[in-house]
Write a new protein. Structure first.
Length: 376
């Protein structure tokens, strides 16, 4: 009899399984599929997908259950509740970015600013469905900048961190799918074929070193809440440009960024439990995130078209470069360049689009800081 009781106890946990958990297994499997088969942000979507399965097993020991603390919950408390992991990741991102082409043509910063329109439009729209702090957290999905979305959602104490993270990183990965139809809808073939010859300039080493310092000071004065976001990003860039810490710069770009991304994916998955995720408002968040993403893309393109109204023939801009003003670096810049080559195989827009893409990285961080300042 004891044998049968012991045998029965092995399968007793099946009784705790719910259909919502099974749905989350499917979502986890989808993220794993996108990471492996489609190579969409694999360093992040793979740990997120596996983590989603891990935390949705009945009575999972990976997350806190009663008085027993799970390791993923412990990671969340150690690095997410205080925004440490996203900030450390920003050091790695800053070390990866070369601001040189942007410094050669600083006017391209305008497109990075214009491409944040979707954030503020979605903040207004989401305010009809969610309280203001949740609406602001959801709106930042449009920046296509996962670490900024994490930082803002955590700081504002959003209840929808898991859904926001999945939306932010999924849309980052889906840039090649989402952006081209929006760009084609807003531009003519003639506009997409406009050539923009690139004349390489020179940027002094002193300028490269001063840039991250000056940007941090200005951002801190305009939006104090953005100091941590902008400061860590610019500190990473300073490591790259100072010329005396090459080993640290390479470590930040590779070891630090990869390690934090791995841990970040698992930690975000800890917020993807079935009771928090399988709800109608999660679908609404995903939809609003897409709205923000689309309107960010549209804002950059339409701003370029507006400037073209005042430019003489022969000096007009290819409006597609405005779409690269979102923060999904370097995917968006590459998408714009590819679309230019599809219309004209001699139309190389990469230097312009990447420069705008870099400006979008800065603008999205500042936009996140402005959101935090407004919500304070």
């Amino acid at each position: 009899m004891n044998f049968w009781n012991a045998f029965d106890s092995l399968f007793s946990n099946f009784g705790n399984l719910t259909w919502q958990m099974v749905v989350m297994w499917g979502i986890g499997a989808l993220l794993i599929y996108l990471a492996i088969a489609k190579k969409m942000e694999p360093s992040l979507l793979l740990p997120m997908g596996f983590g989603a399965v891990l935390v949705n097993l009945p009575l999972s020991g990976a997350i806190t259950q009663g008085d027993t603390e799970g390791p993923i919950s412990a990671l969340f408390e150690a690095g997410m509740s205080n925004e440490l992991f996203p900030l450390l990741l920003f050091i790695g991102i800053g070390a990866m970015i070369d601001f040189g082409p942007l410094l050669e043509k600083p006017w391209l910063m305008l497109f990075g600013a214009a491409a944040q329109f979707g954030i503020f439009f979605t903040l207004f729209l989401a305010g009809f469905f969610f309280d203001l702090k949740d609406a602001a957290s959801i709106a930042v999905i449009g920046a296509a900048d996962g670490p900024t979305a994490i930082f803002v959602a955590n700081t504002l104490g959003s209840r929808y961190l898991g859904a926001i993270m999945v939306a932010a990183y999924s849309y980052m990965a889906m840039v090649p799918i989402v952006q081209p139809p929006v760009i084609r809808l807003l531009t003519t073939r003639k506009e997409r074929s406009i050539r923009m010859p690139y004349e390489k300039g020179s940027v002094s080493r002193l300028t490269r070193i001063l840039f991250p310092v000056v940007v941090t000071v200005i951002a801190g004065m305009v939006a104090p809440a953005s100091v941590a976001l902008v400061g860590f990003l610019m500190f990473g860039n300073l490591l790259r440009e100072c010329g005396v810490l090459n080993t640290l710069s390479e470590t930040a770009q590779n070891v630090l960024a990869n390690l934090i991304t791995l841990v970040l994916g698992l930690t975000v998955a800890g917020q993807m439990t079935a009771d928090q995720f399988v709800r109608p408002d999660t679908l609404l968040i995903l939809a609003l995130g897409l709205v923000a993403f689309v309107f960010d893309t549209a804002g950059g393109v339409l701003f370029a078209k507006l400037i073209n109204l005042f430019l003489p023939e022969g000096r007009k801009l290819n409006p597609m470069i405005g779409a690269a003003g979102i923060s999904a670096f370097p995917m968006s810049g590459r998408v714009v360049n590819k679309m230019g080559l599809e219309e004209d195989n001699q139309n190389f827009l990469l230097m312009y689009s990447i420069s705008v893409n870099v400006s979008g990285q800065i603008a999205s961080v500042i936009a996140g800081g402005l959101i935090l300042t407004l919500m304070a």
